[in-house]
Design a protein. Structure first.
Length: 568
């Protein structure tokens, strides 16, 4: 066996699974692979039909995926990485979409353990999905998009007192998508599956347990924070919240405690790599498996300050030592505290607007043209004057289009298009202000979603000197210009700031001696993330968003959003 000079990060996300290999010496990326659930023929037959990343729901707000899909995608992405590089991996760390969970039955505990036995991964052996199929207590995995748990989330909050008390205890105000409320809701709906459950894993601990043949793999503090069941400062399960969850689930507290994995520091090792992966993919038996974390904590590993992720959901993460009622407090993949706000209505909303207007999925020219031509404004305002002479289009020096009106005295609605009920800032599903013109609709959707991120994050991220941006939106110069203007600071696009890269960096850090980690982290982050050149705020956009005299977008938008029922 050669030198183990690489670290592997794997991200099991909402729409696919990706992997990144880092060189431990200089933290540079040496290989990447990605599979998308709905596009890869190896993943056909799992029931994800059409354009939705979830199984057809049986009630409003339900959001499930097939649990076995994650295993099939894991094998597919490992098969796509060079075998000679996999043989050099010293450690693997996992990222997974936060809040999702997988219920293992008694047979599942045995099946995971059996992955460590010699011969488990020989060519003739069944694949992971086949080996675990009968071991699942429930074939479905409820994920972070679940929105039918308002009753349970409120009950957990009430068990502690109010929003401030709940936030002080757990780091968050019991969001309806957090794992504890979802567990209580689904256990009550599916009591047969819950009775068969021996271990209620989060997706991250389930997958790390599979990689290490450890069915009792702990849950890290970051994902523990995303359950509404963990005492944030003590980093331990809270007995009052466990008791309430058990009652809602039709369970006893002792039975619930027995089903939950323990909590541990995110850099804890779950064990050595299971024989299954050694034999099937040629990896080293000396490779160690870190217990994993959520996609948000692993992404935050790559950013020293504030990180804005424009992915399936939009997330803003900022360093912070104390929970704030307007944010969610968590720990990153290195065990460091941070605050974040998450909008469910993220990139999928922008994609929906593009699709509604007939744009091809890979055709972004019209989107960029719209962002370059139109300044922010409330479309349809009556009685407003044309945009001031300083507010020019950003291409060709043309005047702003006639739809970009001053909002002084206007009666137009803000363009707020969110398909799902939202918790940041809190509001119901909204479809306001669309005009039927692509440029107006797209720019309005971009501006309103970024404005709501800015407004929602002000209480815990009010002072911003620079902002790192990642996710699909970071590839758009027009989007980055708008982010820089809204936050009034330089914006640094990060090419490799995906959760898989963060997990790979965490894996590389985990194998270092604890006293050496802090010294290498700044350079490691810069090299692994591949930060781009800073983009400075454009004066005309800053004026359009923040200017005075009743013409600025953000103050008028905030007033109109409050009238629409959005609370900040």
């Amino acid at each position: 066996m050669g030198e183990l000079d690489l670290a592997l990060g794997i991200d099991s996300s909402t729409q696919g699974t990706s992997a990144v290999l880092l060189r431990r010496e200089d933290f540079s990326v040496v290989a990447e692979a990605k599979v998308r659930y709905r596009d890869d023929p190896r993943l056909a037959g799992f029931g994800l039909e059409g354009e939705s990343p979830i199984l057809p729901p049986s009630e409003e707000g339900e959001a499930h995926q097939p649990a076995l899909l994650y295993l099939a995608a894991l094998e597919a992405v490992l098969a796509d990485l060079p075998r000679d590089l996999l043989a050099r991996v010293a450690a693997v760390d996992l990222s997974a979409q936060q809040h999702g969970q997988v219920w293992l039955g008694e047979g599942g505990l045995s099946a995971v353990t059996a992955l460590g036995a010699r011969g488990a991964g020989l060519p003739a052996a069944p694949d992971l999905a086949a080996r675990l199929k009968t071991g699942l207590a429930w074939e479905r995995a409820p994920i972070w998009m679940e929105a039918n748990t308002g009753v349970e989330a409120a009950a957990l909050r009430d068990a502690i007192g109010d929003a401030e008390a709940m936030t002080a205890l757990t780091g968050s105000d019991s969001p309806l998508r957090f794992s504890g409320a979802v567990l209580a809701h689904e256990a009550a709906r599916h009591p047969g599956a819950w009775r068969k459950t021996r271990r209620a894993h989060l997706i991250s601990s389930f997958m790390s347990g599979v990689l290490s043949a450890n069915p009792d793999c702990p849950i890290d503090w970051g994902n523990g924070s995303g359950t509404s069941l963990m005492n944030w400062s003590k980093r331990a399960w809270d007995s009052r919240l466990l008791a309430k969850t058990a009652r809602l689930a039709g369970d006893t507290m002792d039975e619930l405690v027995e089903r939950l994995p323990p909590l541990a520091h995110p850099l804890t090792f779950a064990g050595r790599l299971a024989a299954y992966f050694v034999e099937r993919f040629g990896m080293s038996p000396e490779c160690r498996v870190v217990i994993g974390s959520g996609d948000n904590p692993q992404s935050k590993v790559l950013a020293p300050g504030i990180l804005l992720s424009l992915g399936t959901s939009f997330v803003l993460m900022a360093n912070g030592e104390r929970p704030h009622v307007s944010a969610n407090a968590m720990y990153d993949g290195l065990g460091r505290p941070f605050m974040f706000g998450c909008r469910t209505n993220g990139a999928l909303v922008w994609e929906r607007v593009r699709r509604d207007h007939g744009l091809a999925p890979d055709d972004f020219e019209a989107s960029e043209r719209a962002l370059s031509r139109r300044l922010p404004g409330l479309e349809g305002a009556k009685g407003g004057e044309a945009a001031p002479s300083g507010a020019r289009a950003m291409e060709g020096g043309e005047a702003a289009p006639s739809g970009a009106r001053a909002m002084e005295g206007g009666e137009g609605l803000p363009r707020i298009y969110q398909l799902e009920r939202e918790s940041f800032p809190r509001s119901e599903a909204l479809d306001l202000g669309r005009r039927g013109d692509f440029e107006a609709d797209y720019v309005g959707a971009v501006d309103s979603s970024l404005a709501l991120m800015w407004l929602g994050s002000r209480p815990f991220a009010s002072s911003v000197e620079s902002l790192s941006v990642t996710g699909g939106g970071a590839a758009s110069k027009g989007v980055l210009d708008r982010v820089a203007a809204i936050w009034r600071c330089p914006v640094v696009p990060i090419a490799n700031a995906g959760a898989a890269t963060g997990a790979a960096l965490a894996a590389a850090i985990a194998v270092l001696h604890p006293t050496a980690r802090d010294a290498v982290l700044p350079a490691a982050r810069a090299r692994a993330a591949r930060a781009g050149q800073p983009i400075e705020p454009r004066p005309e956009l800053v004026a359009a968003y923040h200017g005075s005299g009743g013409r600025a977008y953000l103050p008028a938008f905030e007033d109109a959003a409050r009238e629409a029922g959005i609370s900040f």
